[in-house]
Ligand binder design. Structure first.
Ligand code: HEC
Ligand code: HEC
Length: 391
């Protein structure tokens, strides 16, 4: 009797402990500000251990804390951790490489849900490829430029190929911001692969070479990319001529910004409309109206309603929440889901007997796994899932 009690107590404690642990783990993962203190110091992503109560190589503040100070000099690692930009000429890009083919696979798995197949859009998120890229004899994407020169012309679809001036930004953007829900989860090699894939979808050539599936992109090659609309942005603000270009651009208001004279007072005087004969228009008309303005993607933040359909079966869901704790590994002495021979041995008894054992408990197996809210039918559904997943 004593033995049995002890066993039950042990199971009870194990259940209680593992529940507490999993709750604790879940809450540390979710609640900001609650975290396990680590016995080390983080210096720009590098962790230094603590020994004998002091940080080893790292000293986080050597400055006097009396009076007013101007902060401290950042450590070399801290600067490195912040210094992540890449210039248009490629300076700052990390080492690494990735092929169009690898990028294709990654894109399908992690990006296409939002950006559409081949980056073609259509899902309410930015379209990354497949826009109108007609070019003039200088290689400038005409449709972007023409919208100013020829008012009324439709704007092209805004994509990486039509709109971005530099490809190095594509690398840093993906690395730092995508995938949207968990940025910074990709390795540099994966980001090179995705960059390669998106450039290939935009039919970008590097050094005159088309980017086929086997094409491997790295830092040196990315630096050579010239995007079609690089010179389609004006005024040209880069370089020493920048300020002069900007001044000239705004000086020619009639051509570049609008028509008529600026109106500062009584602008709504109906007699000053452009339709009135002989009278100069007081209102400045916008010459090049933007027509292809896309409204924000969405304002709603609700999660889609949970449905029973979907890839995870009811059995798997219930198993995950009530049984996996013990049956997901060998440590509890429970037949592990995935272990074919263990389950073959269990099922030799026949489903009826096994079901009774699971409902009433047997050995270290508590009745219904400790979750008495489960119906007998639920238990059967779970066992069927466990058996199916252990073949
Ligand atoms: C959950 C949806 C979602 C997923 C998944 C996603 N993105 Fe995005 N992506 C967005 C949104 C939203 C924006 C616009 C963000 C903004 O403008 O602030 C964006 C913008 C971009 C842009 C810039 C587009 C432009 O022209 O401005 C690129 C490039 C990009 N994503 C690449 C990727 C890649 C590569 C992946 C996969 C690793 C990915 N995205 C996964 C939602 C997503
Ligand atoms: C606290 C740990 C624990 C939990 C939780 C648990 N099990 Fe078990 N289970 C065991 C152990 C240990 C055994 C092996 C018992 C033995 O053979 O003595 C076992 C055995 C089984 C068996 C085989 C019974 C037999 O006749 O050999 C089935 C079926 C089973 N569990 C189903 C479930 C289901 C369904 C759940 C979730 C509702 C669940 N278990 C949750 C520990 C657990």
């Amino acid at each position: 009797m004593f033995k049995l009690d002890r066993k039950l107590i042990t199971i009870g404690m194990t259940l209680a402990l593992s529940t507490t642990l999993s709750v604790a783990a879940a809450s540390t993962a979710c609640i900001p500000g609650v975290y396990k203190s680590k016995p080390g110091a983080i210096d720009g992503g590098v962790i230094y251990p603590r020994e004998n109560g002091v940080y080893t190589a790292y000293r986080y503040n050597t400055q006097s804390t009396k009076g007013v100070n101007f902060g401290r000099t950042p450590t070399a690692n801290e600067i490195k951790a912040w210094d992540v930009d890449a210039r248009p000429d490629g300076k700052g890009l990390p080492d690494g490489e990735g092929s169009v083919e690898d990028g294709d696979e990654l894109f399908d798995a992690q990006c296409a849900v939002c950006h559409g197949d081949f980056g073609g859009g259509g899902k309410g998120y930015p379209q990354l490829a497949g826009g109108n890229q007609a070019k003039d004899k200088n290689g400038v994407v005409i449709t972007l430029k023409n919208q100013r020169i020829k008012p009324g012309m439709d704007a092209p679809k805004r994509t990486v190929g039509t709109y971005w001036p530099y490809a190095t930004t594509l690398f840093t953007y993906i690395r730092d911001a995508m995938p949207y829900a968990h940025p910074k989860s990709l390795t540099n090699d994966e980001v090179y692969a995705l960059t390669a894939y998106i450039l290939a979808q935009n039919e970008i050539k590097i050094d005159g070479q088309e980017m086929d599936d086997e094409y491997v992109l790295n830092k040196e090659k990315l630096m050579k990319v010239v995007l079609p609309n690089k010179d389609g942005f004006y005024p040209v603000i880069d370089g020493p001529e920048g300020p002069a270009n900007v001044k000239a651009f705004f000086a020619d208001r009639a051509k570049n910004i609008g028509m008529g004279t600026r109106c500062m007072k009584d602008c709504k005087d109906p007699s000053s409309g452009p339709g009135e004969k002989g009278l100069p228009a007081k209102l400045m008309k916008i010459k090049y109206e933007m027509k292809d303005v896309v409204p924000p993607y969405a304002f709603g933040k609700d999660l889609p309603p949970e449905t029973d359909a979907g890839s995870v079966s009811k059995g798997e869901k219930l198993y995950d929440s009530s049984c996996k704790l013990c049956h997901g590994n060998d440590t509890m002495g429970a037949p592990r889901v995935g272990d074919a021979s263990a389950w073959a041995a269990v099922m030799k008894k026949g489903m009826d007997k096994v079901l009774v054992n699971a409902i009433k408990g047997t050995g270290g197996m508590p009745p219904k796994g400790g979750n008495t809210d489960l119906s007998d039918a639920d238990i059967k559904t779970i066992i069927e899932y466990m058996v199916g997943a252990s073949k």
